[in-house]
Design a protein around this ligand. Sequence first.
Ligand SMILES: [Ca+2]
Ligand SMILES: [Ca+2]
Length: 184
Amino acid sequence: MICTGAPPVIDATVFDQWVGDTEHLLDVYAPCTIAIIPDHDITVTATYDWAISLDVYNGTGSGTYTEGRTVSIAANDPPDGDLFKQWVGHTAYVADPLSSTTDVNMPSAGVGDIAVTATYLECWDGDLNTNLVVDIVDLNMVLIDWGKTGGFADPRSDGNGDGTVSIIDLNMVLIDWGKTGYQP
Ligand SMILES: [Ca+2]
Ligand SMILES: [Ca+2]
């Protein structure tokens, strides 16, 4: 096992990759990696490059990377009933903004830090059972639990989550009555 030492004392640098006799290394991009030592001397050198930070909101892949690196990102699972919609933010560097798992191609250092956010398609507020239609089923959920402050037949009947099934939850259903699909 070999590991990089401290990076050069220059602001905003980060480990880039090993160079030299790297055919003996398990992973040239890992700051700590396994070296398979052959029957002769080998030399490897840790190199550093400008650091660019990538912030991934509602997903994984955040970190500090060197320019030009390809970084895998993945959106978190959407809340119940919702659907992944798209990445927003610095999408010029996202390989496929419409895919929940894709790559970010880190820009040149001159661009600076970048950020992307996963967004979701949300059901209508009144679609309490998240089946993509606001109808009598949602209304009945409210009526069955009407006035309760717990022990709900279906906790989703408390649409606004304030602990009581009341006129507020009923209105959520009535305002969205008849709507289908996801919110635009
Ligand atoms: Ca529904
Ligand atoms: Ca409520």
